[in-house]
Every structure is written in structure tokens, then in C-alpha cells.
Design a protein around this ligand. Structure first.
Ligand code: GSH
Length: 217
């Protein structure tokens, strides 16, 4: 099997790539990598930033999830998912770049105080588990502003592209955030369509088991 995906089942960037691999019907080996302090030394030597995912295809090793999406679509000749024509391709790239550069920082700002981390006392954390309203509200507003602008980037795209893999994967946390998705009709339509695809479910089911959870290694 030529393809190997180093991944973690909690990784939204890994989810982007798993979604596309399933959409393309490609077989691959899924290798679990612990995150943060659980990252093994061998992986820190393999990956310059020691983040997941990493994709190996023979002697080619890729470290950026958006690059993996572009590479796999071109490798498989899927112009429908990543157009060959310069203008159409630029619109897909632009949506992916806006997601990474404008939406993602604001998304993380809200995720970190609601889903992932305790709120430090100096930011108004209460019991150390859930963010207080005064911390969450401005971050939700910042994300809402980023998504207001992002709507325009989604409008010209064809129904399914690799930008949808990026959006569906990186924004997989949205249902757990204090956010009314219906405020952004283009985004809501694309996310719901992507998450309804059999390839999305297949991609999530293909995530590597975490041995730390007692699942088979
Ligand atoms: N720009 C990278 C970001 C990768 C990234 O931040 N991955 C997260 C998981 S979604 C990670 O490995 N976090 C652990 C860490 O930063 O130590 C990509 O798109 O692939």
C-alpha cells in the first residue's frame, strides 16, 4: 500500500484528508500519532512541526493538510474536485486560503475556550472547565465576523471541491460551538452537504484508533 496517513482521530486537519481519501476511494495505512506531549520522538524527527497529519506516498512526505488535498486530487486526475482551469482553480485555492488564514484563527479562539481548554483565571475562568460568558462572547463575535466575510468566498464554488473537504474537516467542531450556523447560508449548505456524504462517514470511521483509549493499537 503506497499511501500512509499519520493522524489522530481528534484531528480536524486529519479529518480533511481522511474525507478526501474516502471520496477518492483510495486505500491507505492509518497510523496513530499522539498529540502535544504525547507525540512520540520518532514522529518529531519525521515532521518538522510534529503536528498531524502527515501523508507519505512512496518517498514523498507531505506535512500540510491543504497541500495533501491538492496533491491527492491532482494525483487522481480529479478536475471536478480541483479544477485544472486557472480561474476556477484560483477560486478553490482562495476559499482554502481564507479558511486557513482568516477563519481558522477565529475558530480556534472560540474552540479553545469552549471545547478544548480550561480558561485561565486571568481570563475569567470559573471552575477551570467552562469559559465564562465574558470570554466566550467576544470570541464568538470575532468568529461570526470572519464567517460573514467567508460567505463571499464560498458563493462561486462548484457543488463539491477540495475546499469542501477542508471546510468540513476543519469546521467539524461547529456543532459543539455556541454558533447559529443558519446565519451563513452558503457555509451551512456546504457543511451539511459534505457531512451527509458517505465518504465523510467513511473517512471519520477510518481514523486510527487511539491506544490510550484502550482501543486496539
Ligand atoms: N497547518 C497544519 C496544522 C496541523 C495542526 O495544527 N494539527 C494539529 C491537530 S488538528 C496538531 O497536530 N496539534 C498538536 C500540536 O500542535 O502539538 C495542517 O493544516 O496540516
Amino acid at each position: 500500500m503506497a499511501l500512509t496517513l499519520h493522524d489522530n482521530r481528534c484531528s480536524t486537519n486529519g479529518a480533511k484528508v481522511r474525507f478526501l481519501l474516502a471520496e477518492l476511494g483510495l486505500a491507505y495505512e492509518a497510523v496513530h500519532v499522539g498529540l502535544g506531549p504525547l507525540t512520540p520522538a520518532w514522529y518529531a524527527e519525521l515532521h518538522p512541526y510534529a503536528t498531524v497529519p502527515a501523508l507519505r506516498d512512496g518517498d514523498l512526505l507531505l506535512f500540510e493538510s491543504n497541500t495533501m488535498l491538492r496533491y491527492l486530487a491532482v494525483r487522481e486526475g480529479r478536475d471536478d474536485l480541483y479544477p485544472a482551469a486557472a480561474r476556477e482553480r484560483a477560486l478553490v485555492d482562495q476559499a482554502m486560503d481564507a479558511l486557513s488564514l482568516s477563519v481558522r484563527p477565529a475558530l480556534w479562539g472560540l474552540e479553545e475556550v469552549t471545547i478544548y481548554a480550561a480558561v485561565p483565571p486571568h481570563l475569567g475562568g470559573d471552575d477551570g472547565r467552562y469559559a465564562v460568558r465574558s470570554v466566550v462572547a467576544p470570541r464568538a463575535a470575532a468568529l461570526a465576523g470572519a464567517l460573514d466575510a467567508f460567505e463571499a468566498f464560498l458563493a462561486p464554488l462548484p457543488p463539491l471541491t477540495i475546499a469542501d473537504c477542508a471546510i468540513a474537516g476543519r469546521m467539524a467542531t461547529v456543532p459543539r460551538l455556541p454558533l447559529d450556523l443558519d446565519r451563513w447560508p452558503n457555509l451551512a449548505r456546504r457543511l451539511r452537504a459534505a457531512w451527509a456524504r458517505p465518504s465523510w462517514a467513511a473517512g471519520m470511521a477510518a481514523a486510527p484508533a487511539d491506544p490510550g483509549d484502550g482501543a486496539p493499537a
